[in-house]
Ligand binder design. Structure first.
Ligand SMILES: C[S@@+](CC[C@H](N)C(=O)[O-])C[C@H]1O[C@@H](n2cnc3c(N)ncnc32)[C@H](O)[C@@H]1O
Length: 291
């Protein structure tokens, strides 16, 4: 075989090996039945095995499914700051399949609630029919003042989209009021969280706090608030997906106002809502004891 001219300085044996490799590759291309397809289409297989191709295929693959709603059928739930009670209703109807272990509360009196949310009575009746309990005039920042909650503990304490709603125009004051509300709520929850270590409860209680993202909500600096409390910790941050709670209709503090409020959960779908699951810092890792 005549020696191939090469600009590379290869030894005789190296050059032979290289020639063999090239010949093998080319003869393989032409040996394949390629019915009208260019033999050089084998380049596409090189492409598909390349790292660039692998990179682009991950871009088009489906994202992992979101975690399911973090409630177990045997968990006790306290809801605070309910609007029209549609969240409590769907929790009983579709998630826990019972209302027996649900206490749903609102800051409003019964009269004011019914004036603010004209669909509240339907959700409340459905919740009560499923065995749930409803309480009015419950301030989430002073749960210890509520006689009916005395000596009770919960596996989940839920506050969806807390908002002081005082109509404060000044942005800084508005943020401050909401920070105060969330901080006081979190502190108020602590004695009402179940605990495997202290009470041999089945679960360590968690606070389920849902929040909107973006401005001004990001400026509430919830992480700093939790840090400043000291003995609470964020266990998980999940997306809040309204379709996981069929029938839930987010409401503003002021009530549903035609022309101002948006239906179909638009207000939260627009805002990349998230759920923070917050627990006590020193809770043990795995469940052993049963209630
Ligand atoms: C934006 S609305 C959300 C209502 C409802 N949780 C929902 O997701 O549709 C904010 C809620 O926080 C409640 N809220 C504000 N301060 C409160 C407090 N100190 N205790 C209990 N609820 C409070 C309001 O009454 C209102 O229902």
């Amino acid at each position: 075989m005549p020696k191939a001219k090469s600009k590379l300085k290869l030894s005789y044996h190296e050059e032979l090996k290289l020639r063999e490799k090239i010949l093998k590759h080319v003869s393989e291309i032409f040996r394949r039945p390629h019915g009208g397809v260019s033999p050089f289409s084998s380049l596409s297989s090189l492409w598909s095995s390349s790292s660039i191709s692998r990179h682009s295929s991950t871009r088009t693959s489906a994202p992992p499914p979101p975690p399911p709603p973090p409630f177990k059928p045997d968990q006790s739930v306290l809801l605070v700051g309910e609007g029209n009670f549609s969240f409590a209703h769907t929790l009983a109807e579709n998630i826990l399949k019972t209302g027996d272990s649900i206490i749903a509360t609102t800051l409003d009196s019964e009269r004011i609630l019914k004036r603010k949310y004209d669909d509240a009575h339907e959700h409340i009746s459905a919740l009560i029919q499923k065995g749930g309990k409803v309480m009015y005039n419950v301030d989430a920042t002073q749960l210890d003042k509520c006689k009916e909650l005395k000596n009770k503990r919960f596996d989940k304490i839920v506050f969806n989209f807390p908002h002081a709603g005082a109509g404060i125009k000044d942005q800084d004051r508005n943020i401050l009021e909401n920070q105060k509300l969330v901080k006081a709520f979190l502190i108020s929850c602590i004695p009402f969280l179940s605990s495997r270590r202290h009470y041999s409860d089945k679960y360590d209680g968690e606070i389920f706090l849902s929040l909107k993202s973006g401005l001004p909500y990001d400026n509430w600096n919830i992480k700093n608030i939790i840090k400043s409390i000291g003995n609470l910790v964020i266990r998980a941050t999940n997306p809040f997906i309204p379709s996981q709670y069929p029938g839930y209709q987010h409401r503003r503090t002021l009530g549903f106002q035609e022309g101002i409020s948006k239906g179909d959960n638009e207000e939260i779908s627009d805002k990349k809502a998230k759920i923070l699951l917050i627990g006590k810092k020193n809770d043990p890792k795995k469940s052993k004891k049963r209630r």
